[in-house]
Ligand binder design. Structure first.
Ligand code: SAM
Length: 220
C-alpha cells in the first residue's frame, strides 16, 4: 500500500522530537516506530493528528496511547524479537503492531468487541500476524501461557495475579498502576519464586485529542 509522503515525514519528526529527544535510543524500538504507520490505527478524521504528542480517541471511550508512552513501555519490555508477548488492552492495535514489527509473537486481549475486530482487520491489512481475543485481559490468555513478556496498556489498581501465573521465569510484566489521572509505570521481573519490582516513574494524564473517535460510517 502506497503511503502519503507527509505521513512518512510526520513519523520521522515524531520519532526525533517525542521519542529520541526524551532518551529512547534503542535501535529496534526506533526502527519499529519509523516503520509502523500510526495513521492507520486512528479514525479517518483524526489521521492528520496521528503523530501529535498525545493520546487520541478511538471511540468506545478508549484511546490510542501517546507515542512516547508506547515507546517507553516497549523499551521497558526489553524485547529483541522472538519473545512470546501477551498484551492486555489491544485498543487500536498500534502497540501490537510495534511489538510484531520488532519480531515478537503477539497475543492480545481486548474487552470491547468493536475495537478488537477493527484492530484485527488493520493488523491483517498491514501484514502483522497478531492473535486477538475478545475478553477480560486481567485473566490473561491461559491457552498460550507462559509468556516471556506481558504488557498491560490499561491502567489498574494493581497487577492482576493471573498475569503473574502466566509469566515465564525470568519474564517481565509492565503495567501503569494508578487511576485515570496519575499512574506509575511498574515493571515486575519474575525470578524463581521472587518478584523484583521497579518503578519506572509517574506519567500524568495528558488531555485527549478528538473525543469523538470513529464515525458510524467507518464501523465494520
Ligand atoms: N494498546 C492500545 C493501543 O495501542 O491503541 C492502547 C489501549 S487503551 C489505552 C487501553 C485498552 O485497554 C482499551 O481499548 C480498553 O478497552 C482495554 N481494556 C481495559 N481493561 C481491559 C480488560 N480488563 N481486558 C481487556 N481489555 C481491557
Amino acid at each position: 500500500m502506497e503511503e502519503k509522503a507527509n505521513f512518512v515525514d510526520m513519523r520521522r519528526m515524531m520519532v526525533e522530537n517525542q521519542i529520541v529527544s526524551r532518551g529512547i535510543k534503542e535501535k529496534r524500538v526506533i526502527e519499529a516506530f519509523l516503520k509502523v504507520p500510526r495513521e492507520m490505527f486512528v479514525p479517518e478524521h483524526l489521521k492528520e493528528c496521528a503523530y501529535q504528542d498525545g493520546p487520541l480517541s478511538i471511540g468506545e471511550g478508549q484511546t490510542i496511547s501517546q507515542p512516547y508512552i508506547v515507546a517507553l513501555m516497549t523499551k521497558a519490555l526489553d524485547v529483541k524479537g522472538g519473545e512470546k508477548v501477551l498484551e492486555v488492552g489491544t485498543g487500536s492495535g498500534y502497540q501490537s503492531a510495534i511489538l510484531a514489527e520488532i519480531g515478537c509473537d503477539v497475543y492480545s486481549v481486548e474487552r470491547i468487541k468493536k475495537l478488537a475486530i477493527r484492530a484485527k482487520k488493520v493488523l491483517k491489512e498491514l501484514g502483522y500476524n497478531v492473535k486477538i481475543k475478545i475478553g477480560d485481559g486481567t485473566l490473561g490468555w491461559d491457552e498460550f501461557a507462559p509468556y516471556d513478556r506481558i504488557i498491560v496498556t490499561a491502567a489498574g489498581p494493581d497487577i492482576p495475579p493471573s498475569l503473574y501465573n502466566q509469566l515465564k521465569d525470568g519474564g517481565i510484566i509492565i503495567m501503569p498502576v494508578g487511576d485515570r489521572y496519575f499512574q506509575d509505570l511498574i515493571l515486575v521481573k519474575k525470578i524463581g519464586d521472587r518478584m523484583e519490582k521497579k518503578n519506572f516513574g509517574g506519567c500524568q494524564f495528558v488531555p485527549l485529542i478528538g473525543a469523538e473517535g470513529w464515525r458510524d460510517e467507518e464501523e465494520l
